[in-house]
Design a protein around this ligand. Structure first.
Ligand SMILES: C[S@@+](CC[C@H](N)C(=O)[O-])C[C@H]1O[C@@H](n2cnc3c(N)ncnc32)[C@H](O)[C@@H]1O
Length: 425
């Protein structure tokens, strides 16, 4: 049945956000969940995304509060998610409590024939009545106060006894938008001036990054369509800088989609380019490598393949350099993907570590003697990072560790780990 809610109403964005959050609770990524608003106007999509991201950033808190307000689990996942969305709005816009409650009740009218309107109204009014005591209780609960699953917090505390609180705070913050300037077109300083002319404030970060004062639509960025800049976190930009393959050399980017690091490697190689093979196991994501290279005017061979199944794609010619940007927990980028905190299970980390070890073991023989392999993750968990590389160096005594960086997430960049390994000649 078509909705009777105006598309620019708070009720409609609460409902769309609730549908997206319900999809995440059902195991989907937030990007997939937000496809519910794909047909909407840009402003409506942005409003729904804003609420959905907010709910997932504060999911631990919302779930705790609802646990106190509901006598039993709700039979309808969208109603549960709608209550989370309304609680989020009540806390972030306390001046508009009556509007939020009314709009949430209107949104509830669109679910299950309106059967839960009274419940939504009652739960939200109870929240407002008991707010002080509920907030006090939430402040005493780790998962509610720190907005990360308990097992995740325990891992962070063990790994980073002095820094874990900063890691948690960075994970709960809103991510900035950072650009990588394509050095084939401009220096970062020259592009900074172009941005200023366009009224976009930014500052330098890293060797060729610019951090915007406020996120902007890519179409508003001067020269974006012509490949002058790409959107890439400053921490991710370290990969190409560390591997820095010689222009013209033969390079494998084993887990390349959507191609951010592939493109950076090629930009750095200048006119000589690279003989670069970019693989990814995911066909849809692999198409995004091609789109990105086309926009940037760069050339590489792009293939859909499982990099660990070497027999299926390798032509027996060794590589001078390999980038292994392996699948991981993404625990360093939760401020961009708050859904991942709640989708992961503790057992996933062991599973990732096993896959990463298999990829490393499969790729190492493909490197020429004297060649360099950069192992990269966007994780802050040691078993995917230093622990993984310690174990690898025991298995492969011919691997020499040239450099190792663990970037913990902070204002200027996400969390990344890099280990640059050299194969003895
Ligand atoms: C961290 S992302 C890569 C990001 C990319 N390097 C960039 O900078 O844009 C990891 C990628 O590994 C891919 N992947 C996972 N397992 C793979 C495998 N066995 N072989 C090739 N690609 C794989 C995933 O599809 C995903 O696109």
């Amino acid at each position: 049945m078509p909705s009777t809610l105006p598309p620019d109403s708070l009720a409609w964005s609460l409902l769309l956000a609730a549908r997206a959050v319900a999809a995440v609770r059902d195991g989907k990524s937030l990007t997939e969940g937000l496809l519910v608003s794909a047909g909407e106007a840009p402003a409506t999509r942005a409003a729904a995304a804003d609420v959905a991201y907010g709910v997932l950033r504060r999911y631990g808190w919302g779930d705790f509060i609802l646990g106190r307000l509901l006598e039993k689990a709700l039979p309808h996942p969208e109603v549960h998610a709608l209550l989370l969305a309304a609680l989020y709005r009540l806390e972030t816009r306390p001046e508009a409590t009556h509007t939020v409650v009314d709009q949430a009740v209107a949104a509830a009218g669109e679910i299950a024939g309106g059967a839960f309107r009274g419940l939504v109204n009652g739960v939200l009014r109870n929240f407002l009545r008991q707010r002080e005591s509920l907030l006090a209780a939430a402040a005493g609960d780790d998962e509610a106060a720190l907005q990360h699953p308990r097992w995740w917090l325990n891992k962070l505390r063990r790994a980073w006894p002095a820094d874990w609180q900063r890691v948690v705070a960075a994970g709960n913050a809103q991510a900035p938008m950072t650009l990588r300037v394509n050095r084939r077109h401009a220096t970062p300083a020259a592009y900074l001036a172009r941005l200023a002319d366009a009224g976009i404030g930014a500052r330098r970060v890293g060797a060729c990054g610019l951090l915007l004062e406020r996120p902007a639509a890519v179409d508003a960025l001067p020269g974006f369509a012509d490949g002058w800049v790409s959107v890439q976190d400053a921490g991710a930009q370290r990969a190409a800088e560390l591997l820095a393959p010689a222009p013209g050399s033969r390079v494998l980017d084993a887990c390349a989609a959507p191609g951010g690091k592939t493109a950076h490697l090629l930009e750095m190689a200048g006119e000589a380019g690279l003989d670069l093979l970019a693989l990814d196991i995911d066909a849809l994501r692999t198409r995004r490598i091609e789109d990105n290279l086309r926009r940037l005017g760069l050339a590489a061979t792009v293939r859909v393949a499982d990099c660990a199944e070497v027999g299926g794609w390798w032509d027996e010619r060794p590589f001078d350099a390999i980038l292994a940007d392996v699948p991981c927990s993404a625990s360093g980028v939760v401020r961009r993907h708050p859904d991942s905190k709640w989708l992961r299970r503790e057992s996933d980390i062991r599973r990732f570590a096993k896959t990463q070890a298999a990829i490393l073991d499969a790729l190492w023989p493909l490197l020429r003697p004297g060649g360099r392999l950069l192992y990269a993750t966007c994780s802050v968990f040691p078993e995917e990072n230093g622990g993984q590389i310690d174990a690898f160096c025991v298995r492969q005594p011919g691997a020499e560790r040239l450099a190792e960086e663990q970037l913990l997430p902070q204002d200027d960049h996400d969390g990344f780990y890099y280990a640059l390994l050299r194969k003895s000649a």
